[in-house]
Ligand binder design. Structure first.
Ligand SMILES: Nc1ncnc2c1ncn2[C@@H]1O[C@H](COP(=O)(O)OP(=O)(O)OP(=O)(O)O)[C@@H](O)[C@H]1O
Ligand SMILES: [Mg+2]
Length: 379
């Protein structure tokens, strides 16, 4: 198949041999050029060093920069700072010969706003070039964001209902059964014992409801920090599902702003829930660590192993995890483990600026049991 960039030199040089083949090439070139110029998708050719060589006019319409401005600087300059690391990794993949499908990153617009672009790209290693098509998916992202915000809001509401409604009622009934047991004591020891048994069961149910409420709303995360919140979550999950669920904090990342920590907490929560529900795991390890300036959240289970994408059922959990990762500028991977199970890894950047956002939290964390001794998480 002819490629338009091959046809162009022929046409420009006018040295196609016979006039007829030149005319055909020119016509083919004009046709392709028309697609290129009029496409509402953002089309480009870039080199392996990260410089645009050719862009269609849709770029200027979408981002506001002129094509000259876009060509004048390395394209990473236009990428949102939080997405540069993942973009660089994707570039390396392309340079090694792999194609890109549905990669997403954020671009800075000339007016200071940002846009989400979704990419399909393939390399031409012989020419050290990348041919790419980007689509503006900002509206879709906004919608996703709204759905996630609504989910988070609903979880908080459920947590409040559980804590302030159900738990208070249970506490009231437990108090009534305690007083009933006292009144029954002089009349019938066996009946008083039954009333105490009811009180005990109510106490257990109340603790479960409180743990559930905390799982729904890790708001205490802002106070205790991500490590302690994850440690609590693992302890509660282990107890609730009667499995081993451990948390390990290995030279963990520094505290981050609460919103980032909530995204990481939710990613871990979804991965653990999936491990239990789908993987039927009996042993789950959650760990938070850092290496080479990057934070690493890993969730490993010993379940049946995640199926290939085409065989997975259509839920929203994995999509939401991927979305939260993108917001963090993180790379999320899901792999089967040997001999069995699944490992979910989220490698996220730790921008230095974040350190100054939560000075109080960092002080709190230093004093928290999680920061002092990772093993103290395991109750
Ligand atoms: N740890 C795991 N072990 C085995 N299978 C998994 C694991 N995690 C995910 N899966 C598979 O991936 C599918 C999609 O997971 P996802 O979280 O997106 O949806 P869901 O859990 O089915 O529904 P939702 O999360 O929306 O309640 C699951 O149905 C399951 O087949
Ligand atoms: Mg799920």
């Amino acid at each position: 198949m002819e490629r338009f960039d091959q046809i162009k030199p022929l046409w420009l040089r006018g040295s196609g041999g016979q006039e007829r083949s030149c005319t055909q090439s020119c016509a083919a070139y004009d046709e392709l050029l028309r697609f290129f110029e009029e496409s509402s998708d953002l089309l480009c050719i870039a080199d392996f060093h990260g410089q645009y060589k050719r862009l269609n006019p849709a770029w200027q319409r979408a981002l506001g920069w002129t094509l000259e401005e876009l060509r004048a600087r390395p394209f990473l300059d236009f990428v949102h700072p939080d997405d540069r690391m993942v973009t660089r990794t994707e570039m390396d993949r392309l340079a090694s010969g792999a194609a890109t499908v549905a990669f997403e990153n954020r671009y800075r617009c000339e007016d200071g706003s940002e846009k989400w672009l979704q990419w399909i790209a393939s390399p031409l290693p012989g020419r050290q070039e990348i041919y790419a098509i980007a689509r503006d998916v900002t509206r879709q992202k906004r919608l996703e964001r709204e759905i996630i915000d609504t989910m988070d809001f609903e979880r908080e509401r459920m947590a409040r209902e559980l804590h302030d409604g159900l738990c208070q009622n249970l506490a009231g009934i437990a108090a009534l059964s305690a007083s009933l047991a006292r009144r029954l004591d002089p009349l019938s020891g066996a009946q008083a014992e039954s009333a105490r048994e009811i009180g005990k069961l109510l106490g257990q149910t109340m603790r479960q409801a409180r743990d559930l409420a905390r799982g729904f709303d890790p708001l205490h995360l802002e106070v205790v920090g991500l490590a302690t919140a994850l440690a609590d979550f693992c302890t509660n999950t282990g107890a609730l599902f009667e499995i081993v669920c451990k948390f390990e904090f290995k030279k963990g990342p520094p505290p981050m702003d609460a919103q980032r920590e909530i995204h990481l907490y939710r990613i871990a929560q979804e991965a653990v829930n999936n491990a239990i529900t789908h993987g039927r795991a009996r042993h789950i390890d959650v760990s938070l660590s850092s290496s080479n300036g990057q934070g690493i959240l890993a969730i490993q289970d010993d379940g049946i192993g995640i199926p290939e994408p085409s065989e997975r059922s259509q839920g929203s959990g994995l999509n939401t995890m991927a979305y939260r990762s993108r917001l963090l500028g993180a790379e999320l991977t899901l792999q089967r483990r040997l001999p069995q199970g699944t490992v979910v890894t989220c490698v996220f950047p730790q921008p230095l600026a974040i350190l100054s956002i939560r000075p109080c939290a960092s002080k709190l964390n230093k004093n928290s049991s999680a920061a002092k001794n990772p093993d103290s998480h395991r109750r």
